[in-house]
Design a protein around this ligand. Sequence first.
Ligand SMILES: Nc1ncnc2c1[nH]c(=O)n2[C@H]1C[C@H](O)[C@@H](COP(=O)(O)OP(=O)(O)OP(=O)(O)O)O1
Length: 155
Amino acid sequence: MILLETLLYIIKNGKVLLIRKKRGLGAGYFNGVGGKVEDNEDVNNAAIRECIEEIGVKPRGLKWMGLLEFWNYDNNAIESIHFVHVFTASDYNGEPRESDEAEPLWFNINEIPFNSMWEDDSLWLPLILSGRRIYGRFIFNKWRMISHEVHSICT
Ligand SMILES: Nc1ncnc2c1[nH]c(=O)n2[C@H]1C[C@H](O)[C@@H](COP(=O)(O)OP(=O)(O)OP(=O)(O)O)O1
């Protein structure tokens, strides 16, 4: 199964808006807003749609910040490959609100709750939050990370 997905981080006044995911893959973890890109949708519009659906705000000032690959194995068999386009946004319209998918919460940029996030996040999210564009590839077995690589994208 190959999936095309998005992640979006709204960064404003030295804080980043994360969600506590309430259901599905990664439930209980903090993450950016995001999810699967739909048919006939580009990745920018998917990132905007997921943000509106999950926390009720329309992000503004979107910047493409990189591509992450998550390869998940179940022992020797590939279970899923996720190609995830990552964005930041500098502002938004509306007021963040909870949905059945997500609870939005602001964190200081230097107080990200990495202990309650996907294991890979601490390897790349600080780079994105400092304005670097990146490519990352993370290999998991049953969603436990077994190897990784992270590179800055030359601009
Ligand atoms: N390992 C890792 N680190 C950080 N982020 C993620 C992962 N694996 C992941 O899947 N993700 C991200 C990528 C996506 O943004 C979400 C998963 O999206 P999901 O909730 O499955 O997609 P939706 O389209 O919102 O879900 P449904 O509507 O189908 O329930 O996690």
